[in-house]
Design a protein around this ligand. Structure first.
Ligand code: ASN
Ligand code: ZN
Length: 333
C-alpha cells in the first residue's frame, strides 16, 4: 500500500490553477495536506450538520474552475487554508491558528443558497456556503484568510465580538485576510485593499468592504465617533481598517497593482505610510502582546504604539506614524 505526500493540481473558482499538497492512500488521492498540520477539505453535500465527506478520488487533479464542479470550491478552500498557514508561518513564525502546529479543516457546500462563510472554534474548522443560487461560493482567498484569522484572534487577544472590541476583531480579520491575498499574489486574484471583490456578493460587481475609505460600502465608519461601537461589528471595523491602510500606504490618492485608492483623513491629517510589512508586524504584535477582550479604539492606539516601540524603538518614525495614522481616523487626538 502506497501512502504519502503528493503534489497535485487544482483549478479553483477564484484561485485559478494552483499546486496542492495532497495525500496518496492506496490507489486514491485525498484533499489532505500532511505538511501543514494535516489540513483537509470536506464536502458538506448541502447539509448543515456533521462534518461532511473528505474529498477523495483516483487522480490527483481537482476542479475545473467552474462553481458547478463540486471540487472547484474545495480547491479554493484547500489552497486558502495552505496560503493562510504559510502567511502566518513565514510572516510571524506562527505555526497554525493556535500556534500549536495543528491544521484546521475546511467544509464546503454548506447548506443551499448560503451567502456566508464562518470560522468555528468548537470544531476548529472553516465553513463556506455556495452563495446566491449556489453559484457564487464564498471561497475567495481574502475571505478564507479573514475567517481563519477569527481563530487567531480567539486564541490571542480574544476581542469580544460586540462594541468597539468587536470592530477591532472584525478589522483584524480584514487586515490579515487581505494580507493573505497579498502573500499569495495570484495572477487571478490581484492583491488589493478590498474585501471579497471577486465574489460579486452584491450582484453589481462591488466588493463587500473597502479599507482605504470604508464608507464607500454605504455603512462602514471611516473614523471614530462616540457612538461607533453601536454599529454592527462589520461596520465599526472601518475605523481600524482605515487606520491600517493609512499606516501602510499613507493618505491621499494612490494606485497599487492597478487599483486606484483615495484615502481621506479626519482632522486634515497627512499620513506617510510605512509599508505593508511593518504595519502587519505592528498589528500582529499589538494583537498578541497588548490587546485583550475589552480593548477599545483608544486602547488599540496604545497597544499599537507599544508594539511599534518594541519593534522599532521609542521615538522611531514607525511609532510616530502609528500616532499620526490613528489621528487620521480620529482616535486619541
Ligand atoms: N462571515 C462572518 C464574519 O466572519 C461570519 C460572522 O458573522 N462572524 O464576519
Ligand atoms: Zn468576520
Amino acid at each position: 500500500k502506497v501512502e504519502g505526500v503528493k503534489t497535485g493540481t487544482g483549478n479553483g473558482v477564484f484561485v485559478g490553477t494552483v499546486p496542492l499538497t495532497t495525500t496518496q492512500s492506496g490507489s486514491s488521492y485525498q484533499l489532505k495536506d500532511g505538511t501543514r498540520g494535516g489540513q483537509y477539505t470536506t464536502d458538506m453535500g448541502n447539509r448543515t450538520s456533521g462534518n461532511g465527506t473528505l474529498f477523495s478520488k483516483s487522480s490527483d487533479s481537482w476542479g475545473n474552475g467552474s462553481a458547478s464542479n463540486r471540487e472547484s470550491a474545495a480547491v479554493d478552500a484547500q489552497y486558502g487554508a495552505a496560503a493562510t498557514w504559510d502567511f502566518y508561518k513565514n510572516t510571524f513564525g506562527r505555526s497554525g491558528i493556535r500556534n500549536d502546529g495543528v491544521g484546521a479543516f475546511s467544509r464546503v457546500h454548506y447548506d443551499t443558497g448560503y451567502v456566508n462563510a464562518f470560522w468555528d472554534d468548537g470544531c476548529f474548522c472553516m465553513t463556506y456556503g455556495d452563495g446566491d443560487n449556489d453559484t457564487h461560493p464564498l471561497t475567495e482567498l481574502d475571505v478564507a484568510g479573514h475567517e481563519m484569522s477569527h481563530g487567531v484572534t480567539s486564541a490571542t487577544a480574544n476581542l469580544n465580538y460586540s462594541g468597539e472590541s468587536g470592530g477591532l476583531n472584525e478589522a483584524t480579520s480584514d487586515i490579515f485576510g487581505n494580507a493573505v491575498e497579498f502573500y499569495a499574489n495570484l495572477p487571478k486574484d490581484n492583491p488589493d485593499y478590498l474585501v471579497g471583490e471577486l465574489i460579486d456578493i452584491n450582484g453589481n460587481g462591488t466588493p463587500l468592504r473597502y479599507m482605504d475609505k470604508p464608507s464607500k460600502d454605504g455603512r462602514s465608519a471611516d473614523s471614530w465617533y462616540s457612538g461607533v461601537g453601536n454599529l454592527d461589528v462589520h461596520y465599526s471595523s472601518g475605523v481600524a481598517n482605515h487606520f491600517f491602510y493609512l499606516l501602510a500606504e499613507g493618505s491621499g490618492a494612490k494606485v497599487i497593482n492597478g487599483v486606484s485608492y483615495n484615502s481621506p483623513t479626519a482632522n486634515n491629517v497627512t499620513v506617510t505610510g510605512i509599508g505593508r510589512d511593518k504595519a502587519l508586524q505592528i498589528w500582529y504584535k499589538a494583537l498578541t502582546s497588548y490587546m485583550t477582550s475589552t480593548t477599545n479604539y483608544a486602547a488599540a492606539r496604545t497597544a499599537t504604539e507599544n508594539a511599534a516601540k518594541d519593534l522599532y524603538g521609542a521615538g522611531s518614525a514607525e511609532v510616530i506614524a502609528v500616532g499620526t495614522a490613528w489621528a487620521g481616523v480620529n482616535v486619541g487626538t
